[in-house]
Design a protein around this ligand. Structure first.
Ligand SMILES: Nc1nc2c(ncn2[C@@H]2O[C@H](COP(=O)(O)OP(=O)(O)O)[C@@H](O)[C@H]2O)c(=O)[nH]1
Ligand SMILES: [Mg+2]
Length: 259
């Protein structure tokens, strides 16, 4: 095969020329080029690694009875799973949101964790907070006023949590059960909670002047508390896990877990 022989000769010539060319380059320059190439590869790999490790965990938190579990199943299956028992262990799963199943193409699954709101189990939440890309804080808009203190304390604890402050974890204040006409509006709930958190802020800072706690302080000193003062973004939304009006929750999740 003449063709084959010719190609072999050409290849040999080229490699010879290549080696000669490399030998002509002064070695410091050669080393510099190799080092640069290595650095570029490492840099490219680390970018990919960083992208991979970006969290897709979203937490459903809030007091017991606010409707987290129902919301969890709504987001996952599109159904409500009525009569789910109160669970002591976090309910978690990695899936593509139900409403996205119809969509074509690749969608990144969300790791959703329904963290029990029982006070004895709150340490569970602390365990999950550092990994959270976003937090959905579920509030019962029907039984809001009787629970206002407890709800505000729980949210206060989340907003002052070290990893939430450091990572600027976005929080959605999700006013749930808006299917009932007696449900309070999100504007009302936001304002009332700001007032309640302001009270907590004053009392807690009065306590901690003597011994410094590692809690982060909330809001701006000398100003009445407003959610816009937080390091992280706090937004409000209305939802109903019962009827499936959860668009705002889904949009929030997808805003923070990119498809
Ligand atoms: N009216 C109404 N009731 C709801 C809604 N979501 C949950 N519930 C009821 O609230 C109670 C607590 O719900 P659950 O999901 O177990 O709350 P969790 O303790 O936060 O997990 C149950 O009796 C649900 O039927 C809702 O959107 N509207
Ligand atoms: Mg539950």
């Amino acid at each position: 095969m003449d063709n084959w022989e010719d190609m072999k000769i050409v290849a040999e010539q080229w490699s010879k020329q290549g080696i000669e060319f490399v030998q002509q380059i002064p070695s410091p320059q050669l080393y510099a080029a190799i080092a640069l190439l290595l650095l570029a590869t490492i840099w490219l790999f680390s970018i990919r690694l960083f992208r991979r490790t970006k969290s897709n965990t979203v937490l459903l938190s809030g007091l017991s009875g606010s409707g987290k579990t129902m919301l969890f199943y709504r987001l996952r299956d599109g159904s409500s799973h009525q009569g789910a028992v109160t669970s002591m262990e976090p309910n978690e799963g990695t899936f593509v949101l139900h409403y996205e199943n119809i969509k074509k193409g690749k969608v990144k699954p969300v790791h959703l964790v329904d963290v029990p709101g029982h006070s004895r189990l709150r340490s569970k939440l602390e365990e999950y907070l550092p990994r959270a890309a976003a937090i959905v804080f579920v509030v019962d808009a029907l039984e809001f006023l009787p629970n206002i203190r407890a709800v505000s304390e729980y949210l206060y604890d989340i907003l002052t949590n070290a990893s939430v402050v450091k990572n600027k974890t976005p929080v959605l204040l999700c006013c749930n059960k808006t299917d009932k006409i007696t449900a309070h509006t999100k504007e009302f709930i936001r304002k009332q909670m700001e007032k309640e958190i302001e009270k907590l802020r004053c009392s807690r800072s009065a306590v901690s002047t003597a011994d410094i706690t590692n809690d982060f302080t909330l809001g701006i000193e000398g100003e009445v508390f407003n959610f816009s003062h937080c390091h992280n973004k706090v937004t409000v939304a209305e939802a109903s896990g019962l009827t499936g009006e959860i668009d705002q929750v889904q949009d929030f999740i997808r805003e923070h877990v990119k498809p």
